[in-house]
Design a protein around this ligand. Structure first.
Ligand SMILES: NC(=O)C1=CN([C@@H]2O[C@H](COP(=O)(O)OP(=O)(O)OC[C@H]3O[C@@H](n4cnc5c(N)ncnc54)[C@H](O)[C@@H]3O)[C@@H](O)[C@H]2O)C=CC1
Ligand SMILES: O=C([O-])CC(=O)C(=O)O
Length: 323
């Protein structure tokens, strides 16, 4: 257990509750704070999770926040508040509504947990990470979005479905934005070190890439009234534990690009070394021309949404602050 460590989870819906529950079950930290819109619901869930931690022989304490000030001294703050999509919608359709929600919480984090590392999960993920970055004013190392670990886990699942062996040994890589233009990278994907191109033909790999891109929508269509949360929550705890335990592991995360892969000023998913300081280093891999083209396309779709927010004068408050 990371002694004395504190994690605040904002949003007590499916994603927020599940991520907090997994952290409590793993004994990843001493204190978890649930900050939701309804105090009684947050308190009920916090009590339930604290009792589960006892059953699991962990001494993590989960508490409900009475207000945003209770996130003070958090090492990590996870933003899960936001509306999920329903069948027929794309993640991008959530842009304006969720940008307002993430902005309001980013301002609270800036005020009450100024030294924390922020992990964003609300969708559309890359733009929400950008919004959190701007409205906390934190350096890029301390504001990351979670998606690449989830998308890679989905790709690994689809590879296993096809191969019927290698479960737990599949290392998939997905870069780019967490949307329809994400970039699964079969060339950087192996099973126990064996490249998947030696195990599957190009048609089979093409099908895996398509299924990975559609992985979130497939679950949205099946659930009918919300989106996936078990794999997303587990993937988020991988990032949070890498921070709390200072592992220096490399994971694909959404981060502000600053002269990375030829881009600056836009958020996208790239391999990042994660440690106690957050995103301590962006790993620049050499992409082939087709991979570069797909990454460019993905970056452009995130940039379009950032531009749309600028058109709506969403960042006006920041201009006022600077004056
Ligand atoms: N990054 C990723 O890979 C993934 C991202 N997501 C995203 O995570 C977010 C949360 O998903 P779920 O927990 O499943 O949804 P949910 O509907 O179960 O919970 C949403 C939470 O946001 C809060 N919320 C909603 N409107 C709010 C408002 N106006 N102000 C303050 N809080 C508000 C709700 O009170 C609730 O706590 C969604 O935006 C979803 O698209 C979901 C899965 C994967
Ligand atoms: O599909 C969605 O809307 C939720 C999400 O981001 C995912 O599960 O990948």
């Amino acid at each position: 257990m990371a002694k004395g460590k504190k994690v605040t989870v904002i949003g007590t819906g499916n994603f927020g509750s599940t991520v907090a529950f997994i952290l409590a079950m793993n004994g990843a930290c001493h204190n978890i704070v649930l900050l939701g819109r309804n105090y009684d619901v947050a308190k009920g869930k916090a009590l339930d999770m604290s009792q589960a931690a006892n059953a699991a022989r962990q001494h993590t304490i989960v508490k409900a926040a009475k207000g945003p000030e209770d996130m003070a001294a958090s090492d990590v703050v996870i933003i899960t508040a936001g509306v999920p999509r329903t069948p027929g919608m794309s993640r991008d359709d959530l842009l304006v509504k969720n940008a307002e929600i993430v902005k309001s919480y980013a301002k609270e984090i800036k005020e009450h947990a100024p030294d924390s590392i922020v992990v964003v999960v609300s969708n559309p993920l890359d733009v929400m990470t950008y919004v959190a970055l701007k409205y906390t004013g934190f350096p890029r190392e301390r504001v990351m979005g979670m998606a690449g670990i989830l998308d890679a886990a989905r790709m690994a699942h689809f590879i296993y479905e096809k191969l019927e062996y290698g479960a737990g040994q599949i290392r998939a890589t997905v870069m780019g934005g967490h949307g329809d233009t994400m970039v699964p990278l079969p060339k950087f994907t192996t099973v126990a070190g064996v490249p998947i191109e030696d195990l599957l033909d190009s048609e089979e790999i093409g099908e895996i890439v398509r299924k990975t891109r559609n992985g979130g929508a497939e679950i949205v269509n099946l659930l009918g009234d919300g989106s996936a949360y078990y794999a997303p929550a587990k993937s988020t705890t991988v990032m949070v534990e890498a921070i709390l335990k200072d592992t220096n592991q490399i994971h694909s995360c959404a981060i502000l690009l600053e002269n990375d892969y030829g881009y600056s000023g836009v958020v996208s998913g790239v391999p990042v070394m994660i440690g106690a300081g957050g995103a301590e280093k962006v790993i620049n891999m050499t992409l082939k021309p087709l991979q570069q083209k797909r990454f460019k396309n993905s970056v452009a779709s995130v940039q379009e949404m950032i531009d749309k927010l600028h058109e709506l004068d969403f960042f006006a408050e920041l201009r006022e602050e600077k004056k």
